[in-house]
Design a protein around this ligand. Structure first.
Ligand SMILES: [Zn+2]
Ligand SMILES: [Zn+2]
Ligand SMILES: [Zn+2]
Length: 361
């Protein structure tokens, strides 16, 4: 698969490639579809052998994990064309404006190549990061920073025309850039009033269009973007997610080191017995690989959580309901449900009802 090779850039060759951001790569037999209950979804249109790479999706925005920063030594290089891991404790390449400690580059070339994009976020980070962290906590700070980076990418995009690969994908119906972000699921109706109210306060306080953050969008548009981002962002972990059946020797996927928004990967729905494993590569691109042979028309599903962690039906359903707000009705859950009914015949019929499955991870 020659198209894949150029994307798996080794850290040592990073400096030569930081000035180019490679577009996403999509397998020619990966297709998009719409299901009445689940919404957008990915399918394969031909027989796909186990081990085939189906997608290498460029992050539209990525941030290093900001939860519990003292415990997390690794950051990702701030240049979106690089994104390789850098150690927080190395003194090299912090921001010359000393905005925040979470911004680091792996080299001075990367810092220079990223100066315009970082210029968009730098003043905002310097002005607001401390007060947001103190008043609202690390989670909300991370969420707002992802939004600022989404807006920064959008800003940079308006100055560049589409690449040849992106134009080719567009001919096959795959949107890229900001157009693809605007298609992500999620709106103020997806979330509770309480959450939407709290995000509205955050937008009005920290994300209004201003000389500090000149994005040109209205308060409602930025609020809508938060509703989409919260329903679609991925956590990035060092190991693959989604091997099933879970091997007996399997260990957890490790500590989350970044969070990112991917417009194509976000279309994959969840299954507790997925046919796709996913893992970020060295540049923070999300890679989907078939974990078993797939047949024409089959839906591509990933697991939204670490399958080594939630093994029984109750634990999986509680976790999915709490974290992702849907009741899973994948084949594995339905089969486990049947088994439970056989074991406990006195129990009344299932109270689980089908709810729209959101593209949340
Ligand atoms: Zn770099
Ligand atoms: Zn800075
Ligand atoms: Zn399930």
């Amino acid at each position: 698969m020659s198209q894949v090779v150029f994307l798996t850039v080794e850290p040592s060759s990073c400096v030569d490639t930081v000035f180019k951001t490679h577009p996403s790569w999509i397998h020619p037999h990966l297709t998009q579809d719409i299901d009445l209950v689940k919404g957008r979804q990915l399918r394969v249109s031909a027989l796909i052998p186990k081990g085939t790479c189906l997608l290498i999706d460029r992050p539209y925005a990525i941030i290093p994990v900001v939860d519990n920063p003292p415990e997390n030594d690794d950051l990702t290089c701030s240049n979106p064309a690089c994104n390789q891991r850098v150690t927080r404790h190395t003194e090299r390449c912090p921001c010359p404006n000393a905005c925040i400690r979470d911004v680091r580059w792996c080299s001075s070339s990367c810092r220079e190549a990223d100066s315009v994009r970082h210029g968009f976020e730098c003043t905002w980070l310097k002005r607001y990061s401390e007060s947001i962290r103190a008043k609202w906590g690390e989670y909300d700070f991370g969420m707002l920073w992802v939004i600022v980076r989404l807006l920064a990418t959008r800003q940079g995009e308006s100055q560049h025309s589409k690449s040849i690969s992106e134009s080719e994908l567009a001919l096959k119906g795959w949107k890229s850039g900001w157009d693809s972000i605007s298609l992500l699921c999620g709106s103020s109706d997806t979330w509770s009033h309480e959450r939407v109210r709290s995000w509205t306060v955050l937008v009005k306080k920290y994300l209004q269009n201003s000389p500090i953050l000149p994005h040109g969008l209205s308060t409602d548009q930025v609020l809508h973007l938060i509703c989409q981002e919260e329903a679609n962002s991925f956590g990035l972990y060092p190991k693959e997610t989604g091997h099933f059946p879970v091997p007996e020797s399997a260990s957890p996927r490790g500590e989350q080191f970044a969070a990112a928004v991917y417009s194509t990967a976000a279309m994959a729905n969840h299954s507790c017995a997925p046919n796709i494993v996913h893992k970020p590569n060295d540049q923070g691109y999300m890679v989907f690989t078939a974990s078993r042979d797939m047949h024409p028309g089959e839906e591509c599903c990933i697991s939204y959580f670490d399958l080594t962690q939630h093994t029984d039906l109750t634990s999986r359903r509680e976790h999915l309901q709490r974290s992702f707000r849907f009741v899973c009705r994948c084949e594995r859950c339905l089969s486990d449900e049947k088994l439970e009914k056989i074991e406990e015949p006195e129990q009344s019929s299932s109270e689980w009802t089908a709810m729209p499955m959101m593209d949340i991870l």
